[in-house]
Ligand binder design. Structure first.
Ligand code: S3P
Ligand code: PEP
Length: 427
């Protein structure tokens, strides 16, 4: 088991880049695989989750070459050109891989089985299996297909109109990918808008996607054409570094070439509400995704109340937001975030538990957290619980501790931000 130790550094002023966006990297390999022709991906995230996606599509006969850590060349086979995998498709720790891939497998012409690690085995698959079955999919699995392992007998699908009870880009994307192979139109309505990378990338691959507020439709029978994808830096990874600047008064960080898609920038809104000084400048658009430069420096931080439409726009950043909230004056209330319970860990529970070990005052609620600040953070030993975002969040907490925080289980971090440990220790 690997571990890292962080403690209060001297104030810093740094300009950095972060590794490629995880959501966009997954999609580049998936859409590249089912497209016709070659897709070249620059700035691919070499994180364990995205490598699981590569491995699954290779098992379906797709030629995927990695000419460097971050450059990937996918020779697409067309959506009906994938081959029956001889072995189970192993998604490792990646919820995005399994849920999006199920949309592709459901409409294939072959049989496949899908497995993952212990965390994946706890995560709900009914949210995609149920609507896919409405489209005609044949999926079986543990507890009637609500959990892995799953088995899919590919078949022809019918378009549906589906009202998703959760704002989940994984549900939406799964159904869009199934919809591409279905007869007729597939429409997904979500309660609030979740990240829209699939919609944007489908357009870049030549598909027609119809969008209305919180609603998206796709016609079946369209084929995709391979393209060049340049992946922006991952704002979810950048969030840990932005938080680092807020934890060490007098510090400033600039992150360049980072994705600033508005469905992902909720954390910037939250940090601004807390009193951080933030400058965001759009510098370019890569493969239909806005890219820019973010500079942050700490102001006097105050507690905030967040919920509603903001939550899907910062869902993966809530653990580190809670860490920053321990240093803000007053109460920070996070509501409408029950989705956190079904991530790599129950992030409401693991965030609260680990922060309390350092003396933070944190209350768990049914759908979020309440953090009372500011509280000094003591030294101590924390654990990632096998969850990359919890491991990184606790390492950031250590930056406000004089005696230092030792975080165990940091091997989980390779899922999304392989360089995190060396970067943070440079502070
Ligand atoms: O589509 C995606 O790439 C993701 C969607 C989100 O999950 P949900 O769709 O479950 O909200 C997010 O938490 C995850 O890290 C990546
Ligand atoms: C929830 C996450 O990813 P996934 O659902 O793909 O496992 C995450 O990266 O925080």
């Amino acid at each position: 088991m690997s571990a890292i130790r962080t403690s209060r550094p001297k104030p810093f002023d740094l300009t950095l880049r972060v590794p490629g966006d995880k959501s966009i990297s997954h999609r580049s390999v998936m859409l590249g695989s089912i497209a016709h022709g070659v897709t070249e991906v620059e700035g691919f995230l070499p994180g364990a989750d995205c490598l699981s996606t590569i491995d699954c599509f290779r098992k379906m006969g797709v030629s995927i070459e990695r000419t460097s850590e971050t450059f990937v060349r996918v020779t697409g086979r067309g959506i009906q050109g994938l081959q029956e995998p001889k072995l189970p498709l192993d998604v490792g720790n990646s919820g995005t891989t399994i849920r999006l891939m199920l949309g592709i497998l459901a409409g294939s012409s072959f049989f496949s089985t899908v497995v993952g690690d212990e965390s994946i085995a706890r995560r709900p698959m009914g949210r995609v299996v149920e609507p896919l079955r409405k489209m005609g999919a044949h999926i079986d699995g543990r507890e009637d297909g609500r959990f892995t392992p799953l088995a899919v007998r590919g078949t022809s699908l019918e378009g549906i109109s589906y009202e998703s009870p959760v704002a989940s880009a994984q549900v939406k994307s799964c159904l869009l990918l199934a919809g591409l192979q279905a007869d007729g139109v597939t429409t997904i309505q979500e309660p609030t808008l979740s990240r829209d990378h699939t919609e944007r990338m489908l357009t870049a691959f030549g598909a027609m996607v119809e969008r209305e507020p919180n609603r998206v439709s796709v016609h079946g029978g369209q084929s995709l054409v391979g393209t060049r994808v340049r992946v922006p830096g991952d704002i979810s990874s950048a969030a840990f570094l932005l938080a680092a600047a807020l934890m060490v008064p007098g510090s400033r960080i600039t992150i360049e070439d980072v994705g600033i898609n508005p469905t992902r920038t909720g954390i910037l809104d939250a940090f601004r509400m807390m009193g951080a000084e933030l400058e965001v400048e759009q510098t370019d658009v890569w493969c239909h995704e806005p890219v820019g430069r973010i500079t942050i420096s700490a102001g006097e931080l105050k507690g905030i109340e967040i919920g509603g439409e903001l939550i899907p726009r910062l869902i993966d950043e809530i653990p580190v937001l809670a860490v920053v909230a321990t240093q803000a004056k007053g109460e920070t209330v996070i509501r409408d975030a029950a989705e956190l319970k079904v991530k790599e860990t129950n992030r409401i529970a693991t965030t609260a538990r680990e922060l309390r070990k350092l003396g933070a005052q944190v209350e768990e609620t049914e759908d979020g957290l309440i953090i009372f600040g500011p509280t000094p953070l003591s030294g101590g030993t924390c654990h990632s619980h096998g969850d990359h975002r919890i491991g990184m969040a606790m390492a950031i907490a250590g930056l406000a501790s004089d005696s230092g925080v030792y975080v165990e289980g940091t091997e989980a971090i390779k899922v999304s931000f392989p360089e995190f440990s060396s970067l943070i220790q440079q502070l």
